[in-house]
Design a protein around this ligand. Sequence first.
Ligand code: NAP
Length: 485
Amino acid sequence: MLSLTNPALLKSGSYIDGNWHQDNQHLGVRNPVNGELVHTIANANAQNVVTAVEAAKKAQKAWQQMPAANRAQLMRKWYDLMMQNQHDLGIILTAEQGKPLAEAKGEIAYGAAFIDWFSEEAKRVYGDTIPAPAGDKRIVVIKQPVGVVAAITPWNFPNAMIARKAAAALAAGCTFVVRPATQTPLSALAMAELAEQAGIPKGVFNVVVGDNARAMGQVLTTHPDIAKFTFTGSTAVGKSLISQCASTVKKVSMELGGNAPFIVFDDADIDAAVQGAIASKYRNAGQTCVCTNRIFVHSKIAEQFSEKFIAAVNQLTVGDGMQEGVQIGPMISKQAVDDVDTLVQQSIAEGAHLALGGERHPYGERYYKPTIMTQVSNQMAIACNEIFGPVTPIITFDDEQQVIAMANDTEYGLAAYFYSRDIGRIWRVAEALEYGMVGINEGIISNAAAPFGGVKQSGNGREGSMYGLDDYLEIKYLCMGGIDR
Ligand code: NAP
């Protein structure tokens, strides 16, 4: 049993139309540290999703018509409650997802920051007037909410991936139905509890938790009352959901997989690059979409960088995320550990050198040792695939054009990082990298004020920032005629 200051945050089933669905409780949520049961919840089905969509449809007009300042106040209250309950929310998140508690609490603050940010943006949905080509006409542009928004989110950020979407949707005047990942429903339900406490009207924010992703996803991508579908997850699943959305021509935004390059030029501050690489690679045991996937180091400094990097990674503490000082927790499943190990063994067979780790960690079956491979080539499977685990391949390069070509040689385009102190190079490389986000002398780039999103097969749309509302708004053009009559 989780030890929470506010036990009301631990819910046992979906939140639909302001009601808690707690019958049919047989879906177990397990702690990835040891597989122990954390909580059992009601397992919702596709029909429950339909009910949630109908509730969201019913609630939408009133929510849209509520003055933006009032919507903003409710959202601000939601934000305050999330921060007041940050510790408990962190405990729930660590228990179901595994990341260290300090990181989990960081995720709560990060997710809440989007609610805060968009509570402000709600008040700034401005329109335009446009000079008309004819004297008797006037052109006015207003922006209106798209309507009901449906979302499917992954397990690696059980709070923030929902907050980033829901905050923008609610601020725009949309209502929202989310189906979180099967492994991490509790954080989503705790958010719903706080939304209810904040006074967000029933039907505006709905969370449907169940393990039949395909059937529930079918409703969320095809129901005619849903105007927009937003997804965070793998590129493979994202592609099939996009095609499902085609049948009703939904507005779609996608936050998909990545294969982030991290380039260290020979003029870089090597110590800063080591710290940046650790922060961007080993956070969440390497299970983030913006995690460094390939480190490229200039051959002149490769030895120096690798030595320092290996020494620093070797210091990372692996264990149960609930324990103070632990930096790397479990991976989400045994299958995830197996997949990472297969990539590591394959790259060794292809000629890579194992510099650190390279095997399962004795702490438990969902643990993998922080691993570093050198003598890797950009063609090896470990460099071409999203690793999604605590494993770093290091590739050397000799010149700027070559490393840009290698960095861009992937179907993905989410985040990239590089370290250099040459201002000319900084502009050239920043402009040449085919990625939606570029960290320059920085390994942690995401925050509510910045536009998060990818290009190529990493997705479309942006979350957060002054651009983040656009995906939830329709532009309506009003043509006013007969002005001179
Ligand atoms: P996933 O397999 O695509 O799952 C993501 C979500 O989709 C889960 O809720 C999952 O449900 C659901 N799902 C899976 N198959 C489905 C289907 N056929 N129909 C409807 N829903 C379906 O991704 P993952 O492996 O859990 O998450 C990691 C991936 O997410 C990585 O590729 C990572 O890069 C990406 N990601 C991207 C961002 C970003 O902002 N770009 C952020 C975080 C993660 P179940 O849980 O029931 O399987």
